[in-house]
Structure formats: C-alpha cells, structure tokens
Write a protein that binds this ligand. Structure first.
Ligand SMILES: [Zn+2]
Ligand SMILES: [Zn+2]
Length: 100
C-alpha cells in the first residue's frame, strides 16, 4: 500500500480521497497551475498582439502593449456597460404632453 502525499507540501495524507492535506494546499496548487498555464501561453504565443493598436504585447500588460492600451480597453468596456443604460430614450419632458 502506497502512502498518498499532499501534492503541494508532501505531507502524508490521512484522507486518501483528496490529493491535498488542506484547502490552503489545494488553493496553492491551483494558483501554481494557473501560473504554469499562463507561462505556457506566453511561450506559445510570444508575439501576441495588442488588441488596441496591434503592437506586440509586452510584460505585465499582455495582451496589451502598454498600460495606456489596457486603460483604453477598460474604458471601452466601461462605456459598453453604460450604453445599456442610455438605450432608453431620454426623458426631457420640459413640456408636458396635453391630451384633449
Ligand atoms: Zn499540503
Ligand atoms: Zn497597444
């Protein structure tokens, strides 16, 4: 019989139903997996292009080339959510509609 160990910290597990000794270790492992996946994506697509200006993305702002472009995209997204509210016709009822 083999002893299962926590994937994250190698503590022998009492409960063999899980792969982790604690929820913290499960979270840590998940976070590490995410980092790995992101690293793989960056390696696979080193020339990912900025969706705003088409320049190659760089550093922490990927897929954007710069903070400026990331801000522009955020601004567009924000505007997009405002559009939903401005879809309604403006009610500037300065003159009340009189019915006869
Ligand atoms: Zn652990
Ligand atoms: Zn850009």
């Amino acid at each position: 019989m083999t002893t299962k160990k926590c994937i994250t910290c190698n503590t022998p597990l009492q409960n063999t139903e899980t792969a982790f000794c604690s929820p913290q270790c499960a979270d840590a492992h998940l976070a590490c997996q995410m980092d790995r996946i992101e690293g793989e994506i960056r390696q696979k697509y080193p020339n990912i292009l900025c969706p705003i200006c088409g320049k190659p993305g760089s550093g922490e702002y990927r897929p954007f080339c710069s903070k400026r472009c990331a801000d522009i995209d955020l601004g567009r997204w924000m505007k997009g959510s405002y559009v939903i509210h401005t879809d309604e016709s403006p009610d500037d009822n300065d003159e009340p509609i009189t019915e006869k």
